[in-house]
Design a protein. Structure first.
Lengths: 235, 302
């Protein structure tokens, strides 16, 4: 065992979804990175989540160097932030238990929000057969096919109440229930202009302050917040 | 004496040459070149003057003409400036090292060595192995708890190689040099076959040692190959992407190994700023062509 938890320290824009964002969402009671054009990550909850990660890097509990493989599966890290996909991946290979991500003052698990890394379908406005495409989307996300998705992959379908919709599945696969319960309290990435540039700006600030500690966290986050405010303003 | 105008047919002949069938032979490569290099290059230059946006086929989106503003923005962008300096550092380490190592290795492999074919093949293997697979091995060697630091013990740098802002780029330059070496050794091996053996014999009779023979015969003898190696290594180096993307986690630490092509990928493919990314590409292409022209001028003059 080399680490408490070993998220990827890489610089790609999407990496915050697997370290900072779930903890920020939990700590803030379900805020998005940006709400109504105003960055939220430099508020109290955001700084608490960032400083928590900073202390892990600082104490060497999370290495700032990438692990060449699956740190949790290889038993190099004691914990990992995962989704329900992990149940099939780790199965009996590792002795594991799952809990919602922690918060500063130990919020009750039934109140914790999280990031689901939702996958959505979209239709282009330039689509030539919109009626057919719409019917297909409805078919693909019908209750029957959502059940099939759950059955085959263990991924949580986007439904109001997953547990109540597929009671047989969760009775047969109780490991998935904690994830299904969380599925009712998920927060996604904000739908804003320049979304990826926004995440890259955030990651760069997070990288220099939290992962490598070359800039104070609050300073880096405030600078990034100013840049992001302009970006999501649509300019 | 009457002056007769040449017949029209003859003028056409003059234009297409005596053997028009030749065009049929060069056509496949010419088409390949135009379709896969000429057209994209032209398109990139075109895109770089617009606020271009990739959209679904058939979608109508605004792509206003912005003149040189993409270029102005890039040249003032500190991230781009840093990326240019990083790749310059890379080239300054990678190119001289490539030339020296591949020439020395090629001369050695040209001698009557036991297991010569084995060695020649060995040096070529990294070049034909997939970059991603090779990087897996280097990660294992260079990581904090890796083999290299295990050997170095207390001499290991802190922060370790791949997360040190000082070491990240030199380490990448070494890895890339090692990976490309086989190809350049091959170029030099071919060039060495053109140096007459008598020159070495004559020099030996005159009392020249191994080093003197290498400097006075081998180095000038393979000069055209050196020009080629320098230019190719510069072009390939300027297009650096895979190593900083995978070995140092997307140009890390803290952007210390971000290369212009990685920035281009980030801006153009990930963030949808196609015009901005295309302008980076055009600037890079102009820079590489300029450097190559200078290299050629310096290396080829007698």
């Amino acid at each position: 065992m080399e680490a408490a938890i070993w998220p990827s320290p890489d610089a790609q824009f999407f990496q915050p979804w697997f370290d900072f964002y779930p903890l920020f969402i939990a700590q803030s009671g379900g805020q998005q990175l940006v709400e109504d054009g105003e960055p939220q990550f430099n508020n109290e909850a955001g700084l608490a989540a960032a400083n928590f990660w900073r202390s892990l890097y600082d104490q060497g509990l999370s290495p700032n160097e990438a692990y060449n493989g699956d740190s949790f599966g290889d038993q190099k890290a004691a914990m990992a932030i995962v989704g329900p996909w992990a149940i099939k991946v780790y199965g009996d290979k590792v002795e594991w238990g799952a809990v919602p991500v922690p918060t500063q003052d130990g919020m009750d698990a039934s109140e914790v929000h999280t990031f689901s890394d939702e996958k959505s379908s979209a239709m282009y406005t330039s689509c030539e057969n919109r009626g057919t495409a719409w019917e297909f989307l409805k078919f693909a996300t019908s209750e029957e096919n959502d059940g099939q998705l759950l059955e085959l992959t263990g991924q949580m379908p986007m439904r109001a109440d997953v547990v109540a919709s597929f009671p047989d599945y969760f009775e047969a696969n109780p490991d998935y229930e904690v994830f299904a319960d969380q599925a009712s309290r998920t927060v996604e990435v904000p739908i804003v202009p320049n979304s990826i540039e926004m995440w890259q700006t955030f990651r760069t600030a997070y990288s220099e302050s939290v992962i490598f500690g070359t800039t104070p966290v609050e300073e880096a986050f405030n600078t990034a917040a100013d840049e992001i405010r302009t970006l999501v303003g649509g300019s | 004496m009457a002056v007769v105008a040449p017949p029209r047919r003859g003028r056409l002949r003059g234009l297409i040459g005596p053997d028009p069938i030749g065009y049929a032979f060069i056509a496949p490569y010419a088409i390949f070149l135009v379709a896969l290099f000429g057209y994209p290059l032209g398109l990139a230059i075109y895109i770089s003057f617009f606020d271009y946006f990739f959209a679904a086929p058939g979608a109508q989106v605004a792509r206003p003409f912005v003149g040189l503003s993409n270029y102005a923005e890039i040249l003032g962008d500190p991230t781009f400036q840093r990326a240019i300096l990083s790749v310059a550092e890379f080239i300054l380490i990678n190119v001289p090292l490539t030339v020296v190592l591949s020439l020395v290795l090629a001369s050695t492999l040209n001698a009557k060595l036991p297991f010569r074919t084995f060695f020649r093949t060995s040096y070529y293997i990294p070049y034909v192995t997939a970059g991603v697979a090779v990087i897996g091995v280097w990660l294992w060697l260079l990581s904090r708890g890796g083999l290299l630091n295990g050997v170095l013990g207390p001499l290991a740098p802190d922060p370790s190689w791949l997360v040190s802002e000082f070491w990240a780029m030199p380490v990448i330059a070494l890895v890339v040099t090692w990976k490309g070496l086989g190809f350049y050794v091959l170029l030099y091996l071919a060039a060495l076959q053109n140096i007459p053996r008598e020159l070495y014999e004559a020099a030996e009779v005159d009392g020249a040692g191994v080093i003197r023979r290498f400097m006075a015969i081998t180095v000038p003898g393979v000069r055209p190959a050196t020009t080629l190696v320098v230019i190719l290594a510069t072009i390939i180096g300027a297009n650096l992407f895979t190593e900083p993307y995978l070995l140092t986690g997307g140009g890390g630490p803290n952007g210390a190994s971000l290369s212009p092509v990685l920035l281009m990928y980030r801006e153009g493919i990930e963030q949808g700023h196609a015009g901005y990314a295309a302008a980076i590409g055009v600037i890079l292409a102009i820079a590489v062509m300029t450097i190559s022209a200078i290299n050629r001028f310096v290396l080829e003059k007698d």
